[in-house]
Write a protein that binds this ligand. Structure first.
Ligand SMILES: Nc1nc2c(ncn2[C@@H]2O[C@H](COP(=O)(O)OP(=O)(O)OP(=O)(O)O)[C@@H](O)[C@H]2O)c(=O)[nH]1
Ligand SMILES: [Mg+2]
Length: 684
């Protein structure tokens, strides 16, 4: 396949809350675009994008899937992304490489937590957006309520370009508000012949059309003038202005869909081609590139034990051809690229070249990981920050079979390469291996993959809460280390001041020494000693954060002073100053969103209350209520069992990290005592 020119490419991520129909929509688009010959379904595990065994078992997307199709002579790269916040690393990375996004919202559930979060990310990256109100065939689907929510909660620049005819099981088609004509459902509304708008819908359609016209003309002065002069604007006039406004990110058209019946896909494909800017119009300035020399940004890697590593990239500049050698801008190592691959879910096809802006893959690179940049020649470039969330759920992990430690470590490193929000580390205090992820399911999926892909069976143990420590007031102390008995002695002496930093985050070391009372060469050693002491706070052995250290005074000995002595002095000074600085424990607070049957709301709320939860909002909808609350992580480590029993298995929840907060004193005391007991046990 010859490379598509940049102006003929469209890159689009399909995003939204969990279970809104993204994968089904991608399936419908691929079918509609002729890239597949049958419409697969999530239920029968036959979609192109949910190809992974674990995705099929759980019937949800766990990682981004890259697909492509041709429409109106353009190449559309579609990235199906996971909606579950535990797997958002891929979703966030995908948003770095696209000019457009299709935001899928359920007509039953409306705007949900993750919808809003992703919307905000799209704002940050200036991504053009189209919204699909999906699942209009489901019981209690409500287009009007959903559209009102979109305008209220996402943007008042959301504008309906279609309304449904009929609803729920009686959904019969859609009205195209631009051209004011009706299409019958099912099966690709735009394929059927248009006809008159049904009489009973005429008024409703007219009022929606008026909103559409008013909103669109506001974005185009010339059109506005014609409108004010009383001219009747044609669908094509409006369409052209709308398309420009979408490209500039000023309007967000809202369309109707039933992804599983391929209703809405054709209209969306038209919108993508016409509204989303091509890479030629909007080059991605992720790093400074050298004009026409090839460079690429790696936004995903797949670790496959058989096929090896597959690296998925977006071409930032130049044309990328196979059989070339590029340089990894992070490691400065050379990477030899073999055949280039075009992806369709798990399938790949060899390709000669990718033009600027296209998305492609290559197998078996040596050391390139997600977030890396490949360049034609070595240069210092600042790598783009993917701004991924940090792991918050940590589980102690041990292999079931003794002696499998090495194998487990290897498998986990491969998985972490694929997903940087999965972090394996060793707890210095207990020596345990800890596996951290964004949610319990995130970690469980990793475990399942280790078993299936790498043949390692492991056990997870009660997650540890990643407490932090910080200080609340200023303090000052001296650290003086002196050992001067026989031979060469040791001498270091420093005075430091601790100050709390805003928001309990960060660490700063400020050198305030005047006149060389501590020689320049020893001052970094003081800093180092302090940082080592901060790795394990005195309260619960948790890392200390949110501290500014001023090194204000000290003394030295011309013979006995050494870096080692000043490091120890620094750590002694810190420990003393820390005790006087009113130290406190911080705990992670989680955002919990539970959807439960109306009759279980009382008990779920009561239970959240007893877990120190703070209720934020309740939204009843269709017999189910969505409860939003903030809860300390330590209280919801085993929430899934409780929710199941309170709701008879009809409840669902998601949880994600919000921020750190001070632990209330009575709770903190217990944690500190437990940590002390543990330290004594380790010593004994
Ligand atoms: N009735 C109906 N069901 C739908 C529609 N779209 C999707 N579904 C079903 O809803 C469920 C979730 O659909 P998916 O396509 O997996 O949703 P998703 O947004 O990809 O979900 P995640 O990847 O987990 O975020 C599946 O059982 C689909 O068959 C629709 O328009 N109408
Ligand atoms: Mg999906």
């Amino acid at each position: 396949m010859a490379a598509f020119e940049p102006s003929k490419i469209r890159n689009v991520a399909v995003v939204g809350h969990r279970g809104t129909g993204k994968t089904s929509l991608v399936e419908a688009m691929l079918f509609q675009g002729g890239a597949t010959t049958r419409l697969g379904s999530v239920e029968s595990s036959s979609t192109v994008s949910d190809w992974d065994e674990e995705e099929q078992r759980r019937q949800m997307s766990l990682s981004a899937s890259v697909c492509h199709l041709e429409w109106q002579g353009r190449k559309l790269n579609l990235i199906d992304t996971p909606g579950d916040p535990g797997f958002q690393a891929d979703t966030l990375a995908a948003l770095r490489v696209v000019e457009g996004a299709v935001v899928v919202v359920s007509a039953v559930a409306g705007v949900e937590v993750q919808t809003t979060r992703i919307w905000e990310r799209c704002d940050e990256h200036g991504i053009s957006r189209l919204v699909l109100v999906n699942m209009l065939d489901r019981e209690r689907a409500d287009f009007d309520a959903t559209f009102a929510q979109l305008k209220e909660q996402l943007s008042d620049r959301c504008v309906a370009i279609e309304i449904p005819i009929g609803s729920e099981h009686d959904l019969r088609g859609v009205v195209d508000l631009l051209h004011m004509r009706a299409y019958d459902s099912p099966q690709g509304a735009r394929e059927s012949e248009p006809h008159e708008i049904p009489q009973e819908l005429a008024d409703r359609a007219a009022s929606f059309r008026e909103q559409l016209v008013d909103t669109v003309v506001e974005t185009d002065e010339a059109l506005m003038e014609r409108y004010l002069e009383g001219e009747e604007l044609s669908g094509d006039d409006l369409g052209a202005a709308l398309k420009n406004a979408v490209a500039r990110g000023e309007l967000f058209p809202v369309a109707c869909g039933v992804a599983t019946q391929n209703l809405g896909a054709a209209a969306l494909l038209d919108l993508v081609v016409e509204g989303v800017p091509s890479p030629a119009k909007k080059p991605l300035a992720l790093v400074e590139t050298n004009g026409s020399a090839p460079s690429a940004f790696v936004f995903k890697t797949v670790a496959d034990p058989f096929a090896g590593r597959i690296t998925i990239f977006r071409v930032l500049s130049g044309e990328m051809t196979g059989d070339t050698t590029l340089v990894n801008a992070r490691s400065h190592g050379k990477e030899r690229l073999g055949h280039l691959l075009t992806l369709q879910g798990k399938d790949h096809e060899q390709t000669e070249a990718f033009a600027e802006g296209d998305i492609g893959a290559v197998a078996k690179l040596k050391e390139t990981a997600t977030g890396d940049v490949l360049l034609a020649s070595d240069a210092q470039v600042e790598l783009p920050d993917l701004e991924l969330p940090h792991p918050v759920m940590n589980f102690a992990i041990t292999p079931k079979a003794k002696g499998d430690e090495e194998k487990m470590g290897q498998a986990l490193r491969r998985l972490a390469e694929e997903d940087p929000t999965l972090v394996l580390r060793r707890d210095d205090q207990t020596g345990e291996q800890l596996l951290g992820g964004l949610s319990q399911m995130h970690v469980e999926v990793a475990v399942e993959r280790m078993r299936r892909r790498f043949g390692v069976d492991v056990e997870l143990h009660q997650p540890r809460v990643p407490y932090l420590e910080t200080i609340r007031k200023e303090s000052r102390a001296q650290g003086r280390y002196k050992k001067q008995t026989g031979g060469r002695g040791q001498f270091g002496d420093c005075h430091i001041v601790l100050e709390p930093l805003d928001g309990h985050v960060g660490y700063e070391f400020v050198d305030k020494i005047v006149g060389g009372v501590i020689p320049q060469s020893f001052r970094p050693a003081v800093d180092k000693g302090i940082q080592e002491a901060m790795a394990k706070g005195e309260l619960a052995g948790a890392p200390v954060q949110g501290v500014r250290v001023l090194l204000v005074d000290g003394s030295y000995h011309t013979v006995d002073s050494s870096e080692m002595a000043f490091k120890i002095a620094g750590s002694m000074a810190f420990k003393q100053a820390y005790e006087k600085a009113d130290p406190v424990l911080l705990e992670p607070i989680m955002q919990l969103e539970a959807t439960v049957p109306d009759d279980a709301v009382g008990s779920v709320n009561g239970d959240l209350n007893s877990r120190r939860g703070r209720l934020h909002g309740m939204e009843p909808r269709s017999g189910m209520t969505t409860i939003r609350a903030e809860v300390p992580m330590s209280e919801v480590l085993t929430y899934s069992q409780s929710l199941t029993s309170m709701t008879g298995g009809r409840g669902d929840y998601s949880i994600s990290f919000l921020r750190y907060e001070e632990v209330p004193a009575h709770v903190a005391q217990k944690i500190v005592e437990a940590a002390q007991r543990e330290r004594e046990e380790v010593k004994a």
